[in-house]
Write a protein that binds this ligand. Structure first.
Ligand SMILES: Cc1cc2nc3c(=O)[nH]c(=O)nc-3n(C[C@H](O)[C@H](O)[C@H](O)COP(=O)(O)O)c2cc1C
Length: 269
């Protein structure tokens, strides 16, 4: 028995060409990997100390490269990867860099100094690169919109910061009515934004080094202008940390670890 709708359709109706079937969306599926070894991870985290004296043992290239590979797997804001890693091995340059690091023992003795650089103006080209290097020919529309429009909106601050100020005013008004995601209103905001992701990469690097049996010392005790004279870098680049890396000398850790009590720092609501 035909349905009412079908029955009432005029017999002379011209058949519409069938719409091409939409290709089925293939969702990326990546199940959680099995738990590995929390005790081994704890040993790495607990074993990492800031080491201020290193032996003369070199760091093998494969170890260094693995640590850098793991550093760049760090989570980073919008996947815009605002970082660069400069490996300094040459004894002459290390010696000069150690002076820029206020002659700290860690910098003077480490066979490797890693200058970790944050970038405040690569967000545009990196957003485009995400789209260019997307893993399949068809880019989901949300991804396309995010990287081609929203990122621009969040990062643009305009000449004399005019757009940043306008965005700030708009944010203050709109946020009374509904939550708004954090945007960037000036250069300092973008610098903070980059530094957050860079710091996570630094931590990955240092834990990876420990996993390989090497040690590190993150340093912000350096003169940035002096570092810039030694390490060529773009105008929008800034030095987040310099990480000394090598084999820990027996007297390389100056004091036992000190952390404030958990109760002081952790709240549960
Ligand atoms: C951003 C940052 C900057 C640091 N700068 C220096 C530094 O210039 N010189 C130094 O000897 N240690 C530096 N440290 C290491 C800290 O002093 C050290 O992490 C802290 O005392 C805790 O000790 P631990 O790393 O052994 O647990 C820095 C650490 C961080 C995270």
């Amino acid at each position: 028995m035909p349905s009412t709708v079908e029955a009432s359709a005029p017999e002379t109706a011209i058949a519409q060409p069938a719409k091409p079937a939409r290709p089925k969306k293939v969702r990326h599926v990546e199940p959680a990997p099995p738990a590995t070894d929390p005790a081994a991870f704890r040993a790495i985290v607990e074993g990492r100390r800031s080491v201020r004296k290193f032996t003369k043992d070199p760091v093998p290239d494969e170890v260094l490269n693995d640590c850098i590979d793991l550093a760049i797997l760090a989570p980073n804001s919008s996947n815009l990867q605002p970082w660069e890693f400069v490996v300094v091995k040459s004894p002459e340059l290390r010696a000069k860099l150690a002076v820029a690091c206020m002659d700290q023992n860690a910098a003077k003795t480490a066979p490797i100094l890693l200058v970790q650089i944050g970038r405040t103006k690569t967000w545009g080209e990196n957003a485009q690169r995400i789209l260019d290097e997307w893993h399949e020919p068809e880019i989901p529309s949300q991804v396309q919109t995010y990287y081609s429009k929203l990122v621009q909106f969040h990062f643009m601050t305009g000449p004399l910061n005019a757009l940043g100020i306008a965005k700030r005013i708009m944010q203050k008004v709109v946020t009374r009515l509904r939550p708004l995601p954090h945007s960037h209103y000036n250069h300092a905001d973008i610098k903070t934004w980059a530094a957050k992701s860079c710091a996570l990469a630094c931590e990955n690097f240092m834990l990876a080094a420990r996993a390989h049996g090497y040690d590190t010392c993150p340093m912000e005790g350096f003169d940035e202008n002096h570092v810039r004279q030694l390490i060529p870098m773009a105008d929008d680049a800034f030095v987040v940390m310099i990480i000394a890396m090598g084999k820990r000398a027996d007297n390389g850790v100056y004091y036992p670890r000190q952390r404030f009590s958990r109760e002081r720092m952790v709240r549960e609501l």
